[in-house]
Structure formats: structure tokens, C-alpha cells
Design a protein around this ligand. Structure first.
Ligand SMILES: *Cc1c(COP(=O)(O)O)cnc(C)c1O
Length: 338
């Protein structure tokens, strides 16, 4: 791996500066306005309103500045207003804001697909589809896997987070705040034990043994031939930053291959260099059949993608995949710049 020095000149000083009256009066007033009009179910972690942000610093409306360790939930990996991203967005938006790729296609969508096919693991023939959110990418990865295999069952893991739509709530492991009272959930979702070295009952258990534990349970409770897809975050995010034991992911992926099960790596959070590699599966040389991406993909603009084996993605009939805004041209320009 090579590292190139990249000097960025920031608009805003990269410094934390918090005044004594925190949150300040403007943020307090905005919070009152917000309470009157924004649904209570949308909660915010930080009690201030942002006025500007650049690099790794957020400035609030009262003149405080903070180090942005949240990065908009692992999104602004290239900074909050990177000049390359901002420039690409301005350039794109001055031409056209939207045509819908399913109605009138444009080059940016194709260029993003080319880049994702190149950057994702494996040198096999690949295809890409673009969407808006991580949950939408996960939904579509499962759609493709079910259609391509003709099977129904989907395996997810303890501590998993895959989104807030109906199917992705079912795939998500955490009840509060994501699932409680939001059911009924999508059927044919099965949950298996994760490799969790830090909290294993038997800390000696290897990755291969943890994979065997999950595989045995899948075989007993579902049957390998019934399973359309195994979906897993190679390094979990929302359920705790859980790194499975070495050998767990390769053993699962190998078994999935044997059984004709589509192995989906949900890299919505772990992708785009969050773990030091382009994708977290790269650390162990695992090549997923389909990979889901979002968050860090486009420097903060809403964009998500699935990239996977051409035979799987091309199995879907024309019109079977898409969406009004998926692969928006401004978001594509941002992704190429990021
Ligand atoms: C955030 C996340 C999602 C959902 O992405 P949204 O863009 O919020 O829909 C799905 N999977 C993982 C692993 C995530 O971290």
C-alpha cells in the first residue's frame, strides 16, 4: 500500500473551541422551534445546530467549534466540504439536477459503476446498481439474491444493523430503538451467532469454529439449500464495533459458495477506507458475491450502491431494479470526486 501526501487548505480553522454557555442561545432557540414541528421520533445526539463545517470541524450557530468524531455516521470521510466534492457538485448541478437514469441516462452513473466494479474485491465480471440509502441497497441485494437463487431464506447475525425499512428492520438485531413496536417484520429472516472475540463465552474459540457454529445452526434450523443469502457486516458498526475472529468470514464465504448461497457483505459503514482498506473484507481476501455500499461513498451526498457478480445482477428482468432518484447525477459527481 502506498501513501501519498495530500495537502488540503481548509476554509475553517481545524480547532475545537467551546464557550462556557453551551449549548448557546441560538441553538437553544432553534431546539424550541424544532420541537414544535419535527417529530419526536427523530432524535439528535448533539444539542447544537450546525452553521458550517469543513474538514473534521463543525461550527455551530453560536460560534462554538467541535471535532467531528461522528462524521455524520461514517459519511464525511473526505471531510465535511472537501473542495473536490464541492466543485464537482457545483459543476454538475449547474447542468441538470435530475432526469431519472431509468428515463434518460447520463454518463456519471456509468462512471460510478465503472469505479465501483474496479474498486470492489475480486476481478470477476461485475455489475452495479445505484440507489439513495444504505437500507435501499440492502433491500435490493436481497431482492437480487432471492430472484437469482429461487430461494427465500436470508441469514443475518447477532448485533447486526442493516437499516430501518421493513425488511432491513427484520435483518437488524437491535430492538430499541430500531424495531420496538414497528412490527410485523418481513418473514424468512434467520439470525445466527456472530463471532465476537471480546465477549465469547469461550474466548479460545477460533474464527473457523465460530463459523462452524453458525453453519451447523443454519443447516439444522433452515437447511443450506433453502438459503438465498447470508448478509453480514464484515466489521459491525451499530451493534458495537465488533471485529470477528480471523478466519470467520472466509469460512462462511467458502461454505456459502459450496451451497450456492449469495454472500452479501454489507459494507455500508465499513467501506470506503473506514478500516484502512477500501473494504473491510479486503483484510482477509474475502470476495463477496454482492457488496452493499453507501455512507462514505459520495462525500456526504446521498448515494448507495450494490456491486456484484454479473450473472446474479443480470439475472433480473429489465425494470426490476431502480428508483426515481437512484444514482442522482449530482450525487454521482460527488462520488467520483470523493
Ligand atoms: C447505516 C447502515 C445501513 C443503513 O444505511 P441508511 O443509509 O441509513 O439507510 C445499512 N447497513 C449498515 C451496515 C449501516 O451501517
Amino acid at each position: 500500500m502506498t501513501t501519498t501526501a495530500h495537502d488540503i487548505t481548509y476554509r475553517l480553522e481545524q480547532k475545537r473551541r467551546v464557550q462556557a454557555d453551551f449549548p448557546g442561545p441560538k441553538s437553544v432557540a432553534l431546539t424550541e422551534r424544532r420541537k414544535a414541528v419535527v417529530a419526536a421520533g427523530v432524535a439528535s445526539s448533539v444539542p447544537v445546530f450546525v452553521a458550517d463545517a469543513d474538514g473534521g470541524i463543525i461550527h455551530d450557530v453560536d460560534g462554538n467549534s467541535f471535532i467531528d468524531l461522528g462524521s455524520g455516521i461514517a459519511v464525511t470521510s473526505v471531510g465535511a466540504s472537501d473542495p473536490a466534492v464541492v466543485g464537482a457538485v457545483k459543476e454538475a448541478v449547474e447542468h441538470f439536477t435530475h432526469t431519472c437514469f431509468m428515463v434518460t441516462p447520463y454518463e456519471g452513473y456509468v462512471a460510478v459503476a465503472e469505479q465501483l466494479n474496479r474498486l470492489t474485491p475480486g476481478d470477476h465480471e461485475k455489475r452495479t446498481v445505484l440507489f439513495n440509502s444504505g437500507a435501499e441497497a440492502v433491500e435490493n441485494a436481497v431482492k437480487v439474491a432471492r430472484l437469482a437463487t429461487g430461494r427465500d431464506a436470508v441469514v443475518a447475525f447477532d448485533h447486526a444493523y442493516h437499516g430501518r425499512t421493513n425488511l432491513t428492520m427484520a435483518l437488524t438485531a437491535k430492538a430499541m430503538p430500531y424495531k420496538t413496536n414497528f412490527g410485523p417484520f418481513a418473514p424468512e429472516v434467520y439470525r445466527m451467532p456472530m463471532s465476537y472475540p471480546f465477549r465469547e463465552e469461550n474466548p479460545e474459540i477460533t474464527g473457523a469454529e465460530a463459523a462452524k457454529r453458525a453453519i451447523t445452526m443454519i443447516e439444522k434450523q433452515i437447511g443450506g439449500e433453502q438459503v438465498a443469502a447470508i448478509i453480514i457486516e464484515p466489521i459491525q458498526g451499530e451493534g458495537g464495533f465488533i471485529v470477528p475472529a480471523d478466519g470467520f468470514l472466509p469460512a462462511l464465504a467458502d461454505w456459502a459458495k459450496d451451497k450456492g448461497i449469495v454472500f452479501i457483505a454489507d459494507e455500508v459503514q465499513s467501506g470506503f477506507c473506514r478500516t484502512g482498506e477500501w473494504f473491510a473484507v479486503n483484510h482477509e481476501g474475502v470476495v463477496p458475491d454482492i457488496i452493499t455500499m453507501a455512507k462514505g461513498i459520495a462525500g456526504g451526498m446521498p448515494l448507495s450502491a450494490i456491486t456484484g457478480r454479473a450473472d446474479l445482477l443480470d439475472a433480473v428482468h429489465p425494470g426490476g431494479l431502480g428508483g426515481t432518484y437512484g444514482g442522482n447525477p449530482v450525487a454521482c459527481a460527488a462520488a467520483l470526486a470523493a
